[in-house]
Ligand binder design. Structure first.
Ligand code: KG4
Ligand code: ZN
Length: 339
């Protein structure tokens, strides 16, 4: 079954053709990072406009790379939500129009379930159910995941997502966007134990998260100590140490809670997916802890951590296999929240 996947929930316009949920025939991502960088975060109105410009060329490129025509597709899968409503509508409208014109089924896909599909793109086979940490710019949640039987939410963030904390801290420090990538790079040169940052809900049984306090702690830190020392000079502190300590607090919380969910649920397979799953320190700490506990860890390749349409096409294929039906094309609307 050949599925075209379309993704436009945030700041990436993406299209991909995937066969039988696993064989990637094409994978096109047009990133808007440079558009949003001056603002230190995604500007929803700009995102919608850029999606409008990119969506048709990106879809054409995906079909061309896969060497298929629209008529050869078996279905079109599209991210319906959660995400920025104006951004989602661009991908959804394009998908609806194509499905209608070509007479193909339209498969609405939940963006979080799509991220979870990336767990299957690692090198080792994944046993279901598994614990899945979905950690991105918009979401931080733990699931007991089984794409066929359904996913059970174990805990999620009460406020900011972990990626949002990275982005907001980077904005405070004038480091640019997306913050996670810059902080990850700086942190690799810093001391993770130089400073203590708050870790929320660490009590023994909690699987909930909160990352708004750590962002405030960074703001207070800079207010108290001033800007970091310029490179090679002496000052109150090094930016690298601040980045490493901040990152360590977030990674500590993510690793502790994910392993707690593994312990509570009794499963032996765990995956970390979403943009923050690209974080070097998180990957290292999860590898170490999983090895100690003899738990099988599944980390998607970097490209499939951040938003892409391969995961959407794969999730669409599995949804189709599960239900074999699709909703009324003309009734289907985008949804900004969808757990
Ligand atoms: O999954 P994604 O592309 O979009 C959402 O669905 O939100 O995730 C983007 C988020 C951003 O907040 C970005 O700062 C974060 O993922 N991110 C990282 C890294 N690469 C991307 N966070 C920490 N370390 C990274 N290496
Ligand atoms: Zn995402």
């Amino acid at each position: 079954m050949i599925v075209l996947g379309i993704e436009s929930s945030c700041d990436e316009t993406a299209a991909a053709v995937v066969e039988d949920g696993t064989r990637i025939r094409s994978d096109v991502v047009s990133s808007q990072i440079s558009v949003h960088r001056p603002y230190g975060g995604v500007v929803p109105e700009l995102a919608s406009r850029k999606h409008v410009e990119a969506i048709l060329p990106v879809i054409s490129q995906a079909l061309e790379d896969a060497e298929v025509t629209g008529n050869q597709l078996d279905a079109i899968a599209v991210t319906r939500g959660p995400g920025l409503i104006g951004a989602l509508l661009v991908g959804l409208s394009a998908a609806k129009a194509m499905a209608y014109a070509l007479g193909k089924p339209l498969i609405p896909v939940n963006h979080l379930e799509a991220h979870m599909q990336a767990a299957f793109m690692g090198s080792s086979p994944l046993k279901k159910p598994f614990v899945c940490l979905v950690v991105s710019g918009g979401h931080t949640a733990l699931y007991l995941a089984d794409p066929m039987a359904g996913n059970r939410l174990l805990g999620s963030t009460r406020d900011d997502a972990a990626g949002e904390a990275f982005d907001k801290a980077a904005k405070l420090l004038n480091l640019g966007y997306p913050g996670g990538v810059v902080i990850d790079r700086l942190a690799s040169e810093g001391n993770p134990r130089a400073f203590q940052f708050p870790k929320a809900f660490m009590e023994k049984e909690s699987l909930e998260f909160s990352f708004s306090g750590i962002k405030t702690a960074v703001a207070n830190f800079v207010r108290r100590l001033g800007p970091p020392a310029p490179e090679g000079e002496k000052g109150a502190y090094r930016l690298e140490d601040l980045a490493a300590s901040f990152q360590e607090a977030i990674v500590d919380v993510l690793v502790t809670k994910t392993l707690r969910a593994v312990e509570f649920s009794g499963v032996r397979d765990v995956a970390v997916v979403g943009g923050v799953a690209a974080n070097g320190r998180l990957r290292l700490r999860m590898r170490e802890e999983a090895a100690c506990r003899r738990v099988a860890l599944h980390l998607p390749p970097h490209r499939y951590c951040t938003d892409n349409a391969v995961m959407v096409a794969a999730a669409g294929y599995h949804a189709w296999m599960r239900t074999g039906s699709c909703e009324n094309l003309l009734e289907l609307d985008a949804v900004s929240r969808w757990l």
